[in-house]
Design a protein. Structure first.
Length: 197
């Protein structure tokens, strides 16, 4: 396995962890007697917006996809599909942001809509990552040269983030912070408490 493939898969695991946590918290928030800590939900959505949507996906679009397309005429269909999903995913993050805002304003109303937005995004993103790992990466492994892999690995290892001065280590710190503030059983924070009537 090439280092770039390992980086890509590791990034997918981090994204999946946040998605699992967000789904669990959306489920917990269905109980109208438990007021969620909306700052935790917002932090998780911020991670989803800044890491996959503004860093991970642009690197795929700019560095991995064009090289695979250039080496394989069979890649056009899957690359086109994945690029379209990147655009759709960005729009779905805005749906998440609107849903959490509406939920916070109307709490306890809005819990079901928020949970639906979280489920829809998570299902979509897991399908997307699965397509990358099961369709695109095997094709890349078969057709890319060592020179291609070096360029892709350099892009993923370097700072290509469009957010000014935000480096990959900052995402590791953000991920650690999410684990620290997310309530049990998702993270290490105190469980959300039931509201006294």
């Amino acid at each position: 396995m090439h280092p770039a493939t390992r980086i890509l898969r590791d990034e997918h695991r981090s994204i999946a962890s946040v998605l699992h946590g967000l789904q669990e918290l959306a489920h917990i928030a269905q109980d109208p007697s438990v007021r969620p800590d909306f700052s935790v939900l917002r932090a998780m959505i911020y991670y989803i917006d800044t890491f996959p949507e503004r860093m991970h996906h642009p690197k795929e679009d700019q560095h991995l996809f064009p090289r695979v397309e250039a080496r394989s005429p069979n890649a056009a269909k899957i690359v086109q599909k994945l690029r379209a999903e990147h655009e759709r995913g960005a729009a779905m993050v805005h749906d998440l942001e609107r849903a959490v805002t509406a939920f916070e304003i109307a709490w306890p109303a809005g819990a079901a809509q928020f949970a639906t937005a979280v489920r829809d995004y998570a299902d979509f993103h897991w399908d997307h990552m699965r397509a990358e790992e099961q369709e695109l990466l095997p094709l890349a492994e078969a057709v890319l040269t060592e020179e291609d892999w070096t360029a892709v690995a350099d892009a993923f290892a370097g700072n290509q983030d469009p957010l000014a001065d935000l480096r990959e280590r900052d995402f590791a710190q953000l991920f650690s912070r999410l684990v620290a503030i997310a309530p049990a059983p998702v993270g290490l924070g105190k469980p959300w408490q039931r509201q006294v009537a």
